[in-house]
Design a protein around this ligand. Structure first.
Ligand code: AMP
Length: 556
């Protein structure tokens, strides 16, 4: 165990939970975790004011797991979430933290999926039920006793649940739970309606709020870019092409992410290294010295490992993963703009994290402008500029050193000087894309300005369609977006995907919407109705010799 995990060890969580947390690579608890975990572990009711990105899921999941009895095969904790996406995300988080707790199972209960298997999983003794309120009420109508053993309730994103009109459903659920249960409520905002719920249904709750002081950030130009979580690495690589940086620090959340990103950067030829809490102190110092003297240009670090790092060469900070709170954002970006120099800070924001961005803007009193990924033309211009810069100094005397060789090669090969120069360029640029079309093909897909997840209601209650939130590129009514990991680099073109889906899926051409082929993946719009059946039909379909493995595409 490293020194940094001492933060989690101090909670005295069940050792199986602690070792699962350590295995995720978290180095220390976030502020909301630091404050909430002891309160929930002690069995108190609690109101936590926190939004996505603060680490709030682990703030309740870890102590709840600690409090359940794995030997009892019955529902013990119920987590309510406003959307199916959040419910799935929370269920996955529970599964991760419960990985080393034998016998603990988690079930996600949400609209748009068959009810039977959900009910069966509950009856089979899943201790953790993560549900959207609408679907849970449907279950309660079938079996009003289904929640009678639950003694921990968490309302996650309570304000969002009310916005989506779940107030009545919540009341039905409260009634179905034992009154002696522990109740924890998390909400980004605490409007009167939420306070009223707390008043009626929580007992002597303790309040946890991450205090945010106004912070000043000067001489640092800040920007943010909307991006899906799985596109961060390619977005970072695109940004690096056009940013004029000297040295750069990138912040991520886990040790594994420092290693993954640093090696992706090294593979593209950047002088990059990882810095995390597992790396021995003397090695960390070596990394920092290398960044200082230019042997390294990029360091990918966790917040813990970057503590005290002061390198005047740093011109840029990339917040690849969102910081937990505005203070640590300010702290991170303060790594640039040292010694009165100008700095630039970029923040990658996934669709679910936009609230956190607003909090950062409020606390710093500054707008963090939105930027888009550089377009293909900008990338091409930047690449050509770099090539020009690297060749210009050679032109002055290369003819005297290599001119004779050039004449001989032209004669031996029997080609024109232009053909030979082009061949040498191809070799020198090592297969790098230097045409608009090739760059365009490699670019990641990035959400437009207002991507939002869908409300769980839209799946099973079309009459509440007005609550449906928007997807990245607006989808036509009744369509779902699906993703395959096959892309242009696998030799796939849109027509191959279309042909395979038409043949194997037995669909009419009009049933298939937009097909977008990118380098490492593709997106296809398919009919929402009967989607599960269609995906099952396409389960073994192969395209260009590879398994298609089409899945519903989630925004983040
Ligand atoms: P949440 O605010 O719960 O949506 O969490 C946001 C992200 O932070 C998730 O990807 C978590 O896996 C991650 N996370 C939560 N707690 C920590 C921690 N203590 N250290 C590093 N990452 C964390």
């Amino acid at each position: 165990m490293t020194q940094e995990t001492g933060g989690f060890a101090a909670f005295n969580l069940n050792p199986n939970i602690l070792s699962a947390v350590i295995a995720t690579g978290y180095e220390e608890p976030s502020a909301i975790q630091q404050q909430s975990i002891p309160i929930i572990m002690a069995g108190h009711d609690m109101i936590g004011q926190a939004q996505t990105g603060t680490g709030k899921t682990a703030a309740f999941a870890l102590p709840i797991l600690h409090r359940i009895d794995p030997a009892k095969r019955e529902p013990q904790a119920l987590i309510l979430a406003p959307t199916r996406e959040l419910a799935l995300q929370v269920a996955t988080a529970f599964e991760t933290y419960a990985k080393q707790m034998p016998g603990v199972t988690v079930v996600a209960v949400y609209g748009g999926a068959p009810m039977g298997p959900q009910l069966k999983a509950i009856r089979n003794g899943a201790q953790i039920v993560v549900a959207t309120p609408g679907r849970l009420c449907d279950h309660l109508r079938r079996d009003e006793k289904v929640l009678s053993t639950v003694n921990h309730l968490v309302l996650d994103e309570a304000d969002e649940m009310l916005k989506l009109g779940f107030m009545d459903d919540l009341e039905v659920i409260f009634k179905a739970l034992p009154p002696t249960r522990q109740t924890v409520l998390f909400s980004a905002t605490l409007p009167q309606s939420i306070r009223a719920i707390a008043e009626r249904h929580l007992r002597d709750p303790q309040h946890v709020k991450i205090q945010t002081k106004t912070q000043t950030v000067t001489a640092i130009e800040q920007a943010h870019l909307l991006v899906h979580a799985d596109q961060k690495t390619s977005a970072v690589l695109s940004l690096l092409e056009v940013e004029d940086f000297d040295a750069l620090i990138m912040f991520v959340r886990t040790k594994q992410a420092t290693l993954d990103l640093a090696s992706a950067l090294e593979a593209k030829g950047y002088k990059a290294a990882a810095l995390n809490g597992d790396i021995a102190q003397n090695q960390r110092e070596r990394v920092i010295d290398s960044l200082k003297d230019g042997r390294l240009d990029i360091v990918v670090a966790t917040d813990v490992a970057a503590r005290g790092l002061d390198v005047p060469r740093i011109t840029h900070v990339f917040n690849v993963d969102m910081p937990y709170d505005p203070e640590s954002y300010v702290h991170r970006i303060g790594r640039t703009g040292r010694a009165g120099r100008e700095g630039r800070a970029l923040l990658l924001v996934t669709p679910r994290e936009r609230r956190m961005l607003q909090v950062i803007e409020r606390v710093t009193g500054q707008k963090v402008a939105e930027v888009r990924l550089p377009d293909a033309q900008a990338v091409l211009d930047a690449r050509i500029k770099k090539l020009t810069n690297s060749l210009t100094p050679l032109v002055a005397d290369a003819e005297s050193t290599h001119g004779d060789l050039l004449d001989r090669l032209i004669a031996d090969i029997g080609c024109s000087p232009r053909a030979l120069a082009a061949a040498l360029l191809r070799k020198a640029t090592n297969g790098q894309a230097l045409t608009l079309a090739a760059i365009e093909r490699d670019r990641p897909l990035v959400p437009n300005s207002a991507p939002r997840e869908r409300s769980e209601r839209s799946g099973d209650r079309p009459d509440r369609g007005d609550r449906e939130r928007r997807a990245p590129v607006p989808l036509a009514e009744g369509r779902a977006r699906c993703r395959t990991a096959l892309g242009a680099r696998d030799g796939i073109a849109a027509k191959n995907l279309l042909g395979a889906i038409l043949n194997e899926g037995g669909l009419a051409r009009e049933a298939i919407g937009r097909i977008q082929v990118r380098d490492s993946f593709s997106l296809v719009e398919l009919p929402e109705a009967g989607l599960e059946g269609l995906l099952a039909k396409l389960k073994d379909t192969r395209v260009a010799g590879k398994q298609l493995k089409l899945r519903r595409y989630r925004e983040d």
